[in-house]
Design a protein around this ligand. Structure first.
Ligand code: NAI
Length: 347
């Protein structure tokens, strides 16, 4: 039995997780039993209660095996409030220090690049520290001398464990790892990152590892993404670079992401990388592919890799057959595309 906490969240979030749940149910065969528990937390909850989730929200999620999330954020609530009120506390309290973002050019999906080649790259992003810290502040507010300071937090433990995860991931794939750095401009934290990267590299002679400045890396990902296998980076660099890998592999609506606590001490969280898409919310046209792919990753993580694989295969076959949502140049709506995936799974 896999117990899954489902947080649809805002905008198209609930629309796409509904699609993902249908697909998981269609794919689940003996002995996989799924139990979904839905939580209606997000910006609407905030407007009613003044918080994004109840005070004991983290405690309520703790007992689940996995968390499946749609998207969080809506124009009525400032983005930093919604993010810091729900998603970031979950990532941090459950020590989900790995944000894994696979990108692959699925059959039937066109890359915006003329020559994407055999694009198959995974970004391993640090998820609990780095540039996304709330350490700092503003002084002399509302004067011409106003100052804003925000500190980056890089710990040896934090860098070492994410870098090690990157090496392990590369070892299980094509054996190529690039560390995203910027030690030419960011002269304290990035040389620290590089140092630890090189230390860990000595333990993995079978992995071909190198460091590359994040700006050059961003350009290479557009010019020649197929040469990359695994990229490991800090919270900020991983965020930006994985947005590029998602974009060059088709559209933002396709890409999934896993927020992992690799030790399994806490539940891990799976989500599509896109947001709540206020411009199309409520129209039933959102692309469910990212949420479906995230569901496949979740089942794989829960110990059912075959079921996860079947879901991804059914999704890819559906796209290859021409059943695609508007963002991919197709005509199908969310439900039609989900129906097609479910049908391929024999549901
Ligand atoms: P967004 O990802 O929601 O939308 C960007 C563009 O992509 C829009 O034109 C949208 O229609 C399109 N799009 C996104 N997902 C799609 C899908 N599945 N199918 C078809 N089209 C899709 O990013 P935006 O507009 O910057 O953010 C909107 C809200 O979502 C904000 O409040 C933001 O903070 C939040 N957000 C939440 C995330 C999360 O929960 N992990 C991630 C990114 C943004």
């Amino acid at each position: 039995m896999v117990r899954v906490a489902v947080i649809g969240g805002d905008g198209i979030g609930p629309e796409v997780v509904r699609a993902g749940m249908r697909v998981m149910e269609a794919a689940a065969d003996d002995p996989l039993e799924l139990r979904f528990t839905e939580f209606e937390w997000g910006c609407e909850y905030y407007l009613e209660h003044g918080r994004m989730m109840p005070e004991d929200g983290i405690e309520r999620l703790r007992g689940f095996d996995e968390i499946y999330l749609g998207a969080v954020g809506w124009p009525t609530v400032p983005d930093h409030v919604s993010l810091w009120g729900l998603l970031l506390p979950i990532r941090r309290r459950f020590d989900q220090y790995v944000n894994l973002r696979p990108a692959r050019l699925l059959r039937g999906v066109e890359s915006p690049l003329a020559n994407p080649g055999n694009l198959d790259v995974t970004v391993v992003r640090e998820n609990t520290e780095g540039e996304y810290s709330d350490s700092g502040g503003r002084i002399y507010k509302e004067t011409p001398h106003e100052i804003a300071v925000q500190e980056s937090i890089f710990t040896r433990r934090g860098v070492e464990r994410i870098v090690r995860y990157g090496f392990e991931e590369a070892k299980g794939r094509r054996g190529l790892l690039v560390g995203a750095t910027k030690s030419n401009g960011i002269s304290i934290t990035m040389p620290f990152f590089d140092e630890i990267f090189n230390e860990v590299a000595r333990e993995y002679p079978e992995v071909e590892a190198s460091l590359m400045h994040a700006d050059a890396l961003a350009a290479r990902l557009v010019l020649d993404p197929a040469r990359f296998d695994v990229i490991v980076g800090s919270n900020l660099f991983g965020d930006l670079l994985s947005e590029i890998t998602a974009a060059v592999s088709g559209a933002i609506g396709i890409a999934p992401s896993a927020n992992l606590n690799p030790e399994g001490a806490f539940p891990s969280l799976f989500e599509p990388i896109h947001g709540s898409a206020p411009d199309i919310a409520g129209q039933g046209v959102a692309n469910p592919a990212g949420a479906i792919w995230a569901a496949a990753l979740m089942l794989e993580h829960a110990g059912h890799p075959k079921t996860g694989g079947r879901i991804l295969e059914a999704l890819e076959e559906t796209l290859a057959s021409g059943i695609r949502t508007r963002d991919l140049g197709g005509e199908a709506n969310t439900e039609e595309m989900t129906d097609a995936v479910v049908e391929r799974l024999g549901g």
